[in-house]
Design a protein around this ligand. Structure first.
Ligand code: ANZ
Ligand code: ZN
Length: 826
């Protein structure tokens, strides 16, 4: 019988679809499992990264289902965003058409891969029924002062002609097109995520099942620093400059102050300077540099002296005040005390402008480092620091902060790196921000009952000038909800990260009309039990969706504050040493592979090639191997069909032949291995290789050896359980073979199988160890140990070590599973 994967796979996909196999409802009293993969952007076609992500999710979903869980496994489309609009500009296709065409293609491709999605719950964020609720959340934030508008410098990508969020700037370039980012000033809408900084940080402690790497990235992104704010009095004015420092212990080494170019005191400080205009021009230049350089560590530090001085409150020293391009207005107080001896940036600045460098910290071993051509930035012992000399940095930080507090010129303070989330985009293909501007009433929110504010369809896309929406008169011109006079709509649309910040809740009740989700169902399904996606979302998305969740909790909509206690970040698919990507031209098309080998083989290979969190190296022979493996089980079953069909999986273990007993033992060992590796460690590759070993043994037992009368019963048992295990990785062929051997049920409805711990116990054998041919000792190893394993273990043995001592082993003789003989130098 031929393995016609195309026919088999389509057959099962049809059955699943027609019977709505993967739909679920809330079943009180039944344990639930919410398995979620990050929703795809409908860019055109499914790529290998998707296949890997969804294959991983599908194993978990199917495994949990077979373990008695009520499994929710949905999928949808992150369907708004820039590429659709670029397609409109380049090819004249309307963004909506482009997007829906892509969705249709990709949906078909996902179907063809046989993932166990509950398709009835599919969502697309570009539909007004969905983005209505983005607007609803916006209004809720607005009511609570968490959405506000502010004129601000923004990252401007000249090529995309759009504002970029800070997170979308990579090394000073646009994250999508790599064009260097410049700046412009615009009125922008913000979400006040900074109000949640502390909770976002603290609750990371709950996320014990998140990769450490992601936790660290989030911590750095939030960037909480404990330090102090200190006032430096200005010499020629009653004003103070307040600085933020994490190293108050270095304050006796402060030889100048530096303000951010946007610092509000600058105007006053330079207004009487005859050169004030020139100074201002230079400061404007520094502003631009500072903005562009925010994301890199290495750039030329530049500044200008403001011709004025401030007083260090600790030693009353008079020090000059500068403006510098590396001091950021948004962090701390926008002003620093520069300690060139102990801060590298200050050091470079001081060198460049010939400013004094004074050492005040020496390493605990007492060696001065002042001759080194760089700052000494570690903690140490204070010198030249008045009454605080000889203290350690740690002690000094405490005592000096207390001192400043007592004298009234400073206090302990905490600063955060995280900034408010700029959500305004000057783009068409996004959620319209539900705000109206009225000359009479000012800024007026669109009333809830008027939602959604729908994107108009008749829009021109030129790629030039302002947002396309600004030119749509019917959209822009409206009436004020308060006074009914003529008014104008906001034409900015929302960052698409808003869409993905709460979508996981929409799946619970995707057609619900009276709110973003049906409250009575939410607490049954949530939180997400496992969330699977790429590490590239470690900050943006994975912070925003935590922020939204906390906000919804505060609104009283949900009763949990973390959306996904377990996160799996899958590795990349690598080919020829680089991530598969269109731009590198090293992509392999999943659809071609499905038509050549079938979905089961492709999925199996995706899972077999590496553990999920590691990168996997693409190889054509790899998928070939997985295909052959499936073919072997296919042949084994189809060529013994009558025997397998007509014998029950029942036998008396004591009456089996040695080979048959070995097979049963191997079966139970495999069940143990597969269960352990799938349920906790998620090392599907190990699980699959255990299945491969089992199949090897099945074949060899079938081909040789003395067979008992129970032979086919044993085979039936082994094949049945093998198929149950295989079905979570390669579901189509497993269903088909399951049916072929006489089952009337579907394998998807079977329970996961248990192993007998006695049978699963690894067999231990004893190996004799000789050194230079002389018997010395024995070691015990599992019967399936490789030569390498045995050698390693033997070398660790104490007696062996004693006899070999410092001699080099020049040869090892190994008699498999019996004896090992080390030959050493004389
Ligand atoms: C004096 C000093 C001496 C500093 C020293 C460091 C080492 P983190 O840990 O990242 O919070 N700083 C403060 N505000 C700044 C701003 N708006 N723009 C640029 N730099 C700023 O870093 C805190 C340190 O960064 C502060 O401590 C300050 O320099 C600088 F040996 O003050 B420090
Ligand atoms: Zn009005």
């Amino acid at each position: 019988m031929i393995y016609n994967f195309d026919e088999i796979e389509r057959k099962w996909q049809r059955i699943w679809e027609e019977s709505k196999k993967f739909e679920v409802t809330e079943l009180e009293g039944k344990k639930k499992y919410y398995c979620l993969e990050m929703l795809p952007y409908p860019s055109g076609k499914i790529h290998m990264g998707h296949v890997r992500n969804y294959s991983i999710g599908d194993v978990i979903a199917r495994f949990k289902k077979m373990n008695g869980y009520n499994v929710l496994h949905p999928i949808g489309w992150d369907a708004l965003g820039l590429p659709a609009e670029n397609a409109a500009i380049e090819h004249g296709i309307h963004p909506a058409k482009w997007t829906w065409d892509n969705i249709n293609t990709m949906r078909r491709q996902l179907h063809r891969l046989g993932f166990s999605y509950c398709w009835d719950r599919e969502i697309a964020t570009c539909s007004p029924e969905y983005y209505k609720w983005n607007q609803w959340f916006f209004l809720k934030m607005y009511e609570r002062g968490l959405a506000y508008r502010q004129k601000s410098l923004v990252n401007w990508c000249p090529k995309c002609a759009t504002v970029l969020a800070n997170e979308q700037v990579k090394d000073g370039n646009c994250w999508r097109c790599d064009t260097p980012v410049s700046v412009t000033k615009l009125n922008q809408w913000y979400f006040k995520i900074t109000d949640y900084a502390d909770r976002l940080l603290e609750d990371l402690d709950q996320l014990v099942d998140w990769p450490e790497k992601v936790i660290i990235m989030q911590k750095n992104w939030i960037g909480k620093s404990k330090g102090a704010r200190i006032n430096f009095k200005l010499e020629s004015s009653p004003n103070y400059i307040e600085i933020f420092t994490t190293r108050i212990d270095t304050i006796y080494g402060a030889t100048f102050l530096i303000l951010a170019p946007e610092h509000p005191l600058i105007n006053e400080l330079i207004k009487d300077d005859p050169q004030s205009e020139q100074i201002q021009r230079k400061i404007d230049e520094l502003k631009l540099q500072a903005w562009k350089n925010r994301y890199t560590e290495v750039y030329e530090k530049e500044g200008i002296f403001l011709n004025c001085y401030a007083i260090n409150p600790f030693n009353n020293e008079r020090i000059p005040v500068w403006v510098g391009n590396f001091v950021l207005m948004e962090y701390g107080t926008g002003a620093i005390m520069a300690v060139p001896a102990h801060d590298q940036r200050d050091y470079e600045f001081a060198k460049k402008y010939n400013l004094p460098i004074r050492e005040v910290i020496i390493p605990a071993d007492g060696q001065s480092t002042s001759s080194h051509q760089q700052a000494y930035t570690d903690y140490g012992i204070l010198i030249n620091s008045g009454q605080f000399s000889n203290l350690s940095s740690q002690e000094a930080i405490e005592k000096m902060t207390a001192y400043a507090n007592e004298k009234g010129f400073g206090k302990e303070s905490i600063s955060y790196k995280i900034k408010d989330w700029g959500i305004s985009r000057q783009r068409y293909w996004g959620t319209p921000i539900p705000i109206i501007y009225c000359d009479n009433c000012g800024t007026v929110p669109v009333p809830y009952e008027k939602l959604p504010v729908v994107l108009p369809e008749n829009v021109e896309f030129t790629g030039k000038g302002p947002s396309p929406l600004e030119k749509v008169e019917e959209f822009v011109n409206t009436t004020c909800p308060k006074c009914n006079r003529k008014a104008k709509r906001e034409t900015d649309t929302m960052d698409t990260f808003v869409d993905s910040s709460w979508y996981f809740l929409r799946y619970i009740s995707p057609k619900y009309q009276d709110g973003p989700f049906e409250p009575s169902k939410i607490n049954y399904w949530l939180p997400i039990d496992i969330y699977i996606g790429g590490i590239e979302h470690a900050i943006m998305h994975l912070i925003y969706f935590r922020f939204f969740t906390k906000f919804m909790k505060d609104l009283g909509l949900i009763n949990f504050s973390e959306p996904a206690p377990r996160l799996l970040t899958q590795g990349m698919v690598i080919k020829d040493g680089a991530k598969m990507s269109k731009s590198l031209g090293n992509v392999v098309d999943p659809e071609e592979l499905v038509s050549k080998y079938g979905a089961d083989s492709l999925r199996l290979w995706m899972l077999f090639a590496a553990p999920p969190e590691k990168d996997m190296e693409w190889s054509d022979s790899g998928i070939e191997g997985c295909y052959k493996f499936i073919l072997r089980i296919w042949r084994l079953v189809s060529s013994n069909l009558e025997n397998l069909k007509n014998n029950p999986a029942k036998f008396e273990i004591t009456l089996l032949s040695e080979d048959e007993k070995r097979l049963i033992k191997k079966l139970h060992q495999t069940i143990k291995k597969v269960s352990d590796n799938v349920s906790e460690r998620l090392h599907f590759n190990t699980a699959i290789s255990a299945l491969m070993e089992l199949l090897n043994l099945m074949s060899s037992v079938l081909n040789e050896g003395k067979k008992s009368t129970y032979f086919w019963n044993v085979m039936k048992e082994t094949v049945s359980k093998f198929l149950i295990m295989l079905s979570i990785f390669a579901p189509h062929v497993s269903e088909e073979l399951w049916q072929m051997i006489g089952n009337e049920t579907q394998i998807y409805d079977e329970n996961w199988i248990n192993y007998d711990p006695d049978l699963a116990k690894e067999e231990i054998i004893t190996i004799a160890i000789q050194i230079n041919g002389k018997f010395r000792t024995t070691i015990d190893v599992p019967a399936d140990s490789s030569e390498e394993d045995v050698k390693e273990k033997a070398k660790e043995n104490a007696i062996v070590q004693k006899h070999i001592a410092s001699k080099t082993i020049i040869k090892t003789i190994y008699v498999p599973l019996k004896l090992i003989n080390f030959i050493t130098e004389k």
